[in-house]
Design a protein around this ligand. Structure first.
Ligand code: PEP
Ligand code: MN
Length: 338
């Protein structure tokens, strides 16, 4: 249930709502809007609570039930768009943020070269995996701690924040020590223990959509992060599994306007993992910007033919540089910039 306070409600009036919720065994989260505060009443049986329980309290403007399974990620709780700061790079504002880099950190030379290319072309966040979720246990699993150290070194050298994936609850504190933002991969979207732990880290989190997850399941998963009082949450559409097999995953562009309507969270689009092939990435990146993406996550490798992971979908330096030029007028056409 959502309790909207009147404009100018006093801190005591807000506190009385919070205390009433606690006395009923409910949890709360507050959205301190610019002119109005909204209190979300959270618990498994808020549906049984009469709305009058809160409506009678002084300073309360009104009460609404959130009819969706997701609460904290919904616009009913927070009508204004959220922004996330990745070490000072704002996601969810006018600027479309480009996160780019190799699928996996492979070596110092490879990462340095990738960082220099993507920065030069206009990307503002470096993305590279130190822990890789591989379908087969016999595939390259990432450089792990050594990869994190390389990411940290390259961040200092190029003054670029880094986002990197965390696969397990056991690694969250280590990854959070090095990364400016944590990525939760598609295969872990419903790993609830990992979501809670990542939420507690207080690092910004990029939550990828599960391969077969509905938008509702995805936003409900985001609630696990937000429930830890971590409001630095970004969604990442990376394609879903459908009957279509001419492409790795079907990029669900329609999820963008749907999310923008029902949620306040920023959305990044990853055309690389949906495409599975470098030739399809540019068109899908452009479609994402046209559909309202707040950022893009693009795989770029200094030499894709030599890549240990996802070489086929990685852009070459020159393809990435060209794409960045092509994206700029598109961003302007939708009232944004890169
Ligand atoms: C990745 O970003 O490299 C990755 C493995 O992505 P996803 O979780 O979307 O498959
Ligand atoms: Mn990849």
């Amino acid at each position: 249930m959502i309790v909207s306070m009147q404009k100018g409600a006093t801190p005591e009036e807000i506190d009385a709502v919070v205390q009433r919720a606690h006395s009923l065994g409910m949890d709360v989260q507050l959205n301190w809007g610019t002119d109005k505060t909204v209190v979300a009443i959270l618990g498994s049986n808020t549906g049984q609570l009469p709305t009058g329980t809160f409506a009678v309290l002084p300073g309360v403007e009104g009460t609404t039930r959130i009819m969706k399974p997701y609460k904290l990620s919904s616009r009913t709780f927070k009508p204004q768009d959220s922004t996330v700061s990745i070490a000072g790079v704002e996601v969810g504002g006018k600027r479309i943020v480009i996160m780019a880099g190799p699928c996996a950190v492979e070596s110092k030379e490879q990462l340095m070269e990738a960082a220099s290319i993507v920065k030069e072309a206009g990307a503002s966040v470096l993305r590279g995996g130190a822990f890789k979720p591989r379908t087969s246990p016999f595939s390259f699993q990432g450089l792990k701690k050594a990869g994190l150290e390389l990411l940290a070194e390259v961040r200092e050298r190029f003054n670029m924040p880094i986002v990197t994936e965390v696969l397990s609850t056991l690694d969250v504190s280590q990854v959070a020590k090095y990364a400016d933002a944590l990525q939760i991969g598609a295969r872990n979207m419903q790993n609830y223990a990992l979501l809670s732990r990542a939420g507690k880290s207080k690092r910004p989190v990029l939550l990828k959509r599960g391969l077969s997850a509905t938008v509702t399941e995805w936003l409900t998963a985001a609630d696990y992060l937000l429930a830890e009082n971590n409001d630095q949450v970004m969604l990442c559409e990376r394609g879903i599994r459908t009957f279509e097999d001419s492409i790795r995953f079907s990029l669900d562009i329609s999820s963008l306007p749907v999310i923008k309507r029902f949620s306040h969270l920023p959305v990044i689009v990853d055309p690389s993992h949906a495409a599975g092939h470098y030739a399809f990435v540019p068109a899908m990146a452009k479609a994402a910007i046209a559909a309202g993406a707040d950022g893009l996550l693009i795989e770029v490798h200094p030499n894709p033919k030599e890549a240990l992971v996802d070489g086929l979908q990685s852009l070459t330096p020159s393809d990435f540089t060209r794409l960045m030029q092509e994206l700029k007028p598109l961003a302007e056409a939708v009232g944004r910039y890169i």
